[in-house]
Write a protein that binds this ligand. Sequence first.
Ligand code: SF4
Ligand code: SF4
Ligand code: SF4
Length: 281
Amino acid sequence: MIPDEAELTAGVKIEPGKSYGFFTDTTRCIGCKACEVACKEWNLLPADGLHLTGMSYDNTVGLSASTWRHVAFIEKISDGDGRATEMAPYQSNWLMMSDVCKHCHNAPCLEACPTGALFRTEFDTVVVQQDICNGCGYCVPACPFGVVELNMIDGKAHKCTLCYDRLKGGLEPACAKACPTDSIQFGEVGELQQRAHQRVSELHELGVDSAYLYGVPNSPGATGDLGHLNAFFLLTAEPEAYNLPAAPSRASNRVGPSLSFGLAAAAGLALAAAALFGWQK
Ligand code: SF4
Ligand code: SF4
Ligand code: SF4
């Protein structure tokens, strides 16, 4: 059942000092791509993906400097579980999911940015200031979700702004506004999390046992040292099926072992050099 729109997105009062985000319920997505188009139109992003990708309907393939919303079409063989209970076993079905910047509570991209171009707005979202970005690219590997990318034309970092300009004008983001099924719901993060937990309970009652939340504390898809994600998801398959990491973490933690190894190796070399130097004296 598609809820009354008034219940979901309309009437959200947007005020500085509160946290706003998206609840993307993948079980409501029909793959129409209205969100991708609305994002490009509002943010004046160029068309892309107009070449044969060999990936069927997924013409934009992933998030990029010019695609800030990406609708993934994932063809999955049913094992008779979860969403596909009414289907014959081993029939294929679609998982559809509109991906976006997660506007992480602890945002590694923001922590990595040396210029302050990436900043946290008064709406608790993460935005790149184009006039300050120097194109160093440190934010790119820092993001555990592969969201932020340098634009080859201006050399600067680009990603979803959660329609910062629209929020300042009291308007919900373009993608949420355009979504005809309310698969993308915009609102205050705490309120969205409550709504999402309710939706998971409803789906479990309907027999979709595989439904869970990704990016919400105390849920199977909790996101460790990133804290909660302001843009979070209701999924029905493992995170990797949607190209999401099962355990996203900060780059410093991801490179921890190799960095430790590097430091240990450097210390070893220094000791060896000191010993050699001492022996020659
Ligand atoms: S998803 Fe990536 S780009 Fe978006 S806020 Fe988190 S770290 Fe930054
Ligand atoms: S490319 Fe721009 S936004 Fe990214 S880390 Fe460098 S200055 Fe910051
Ligand atoms: S607009 Fe809504 S239903 Fe259509 S692809 Fe985007 S998230 Fe899915």
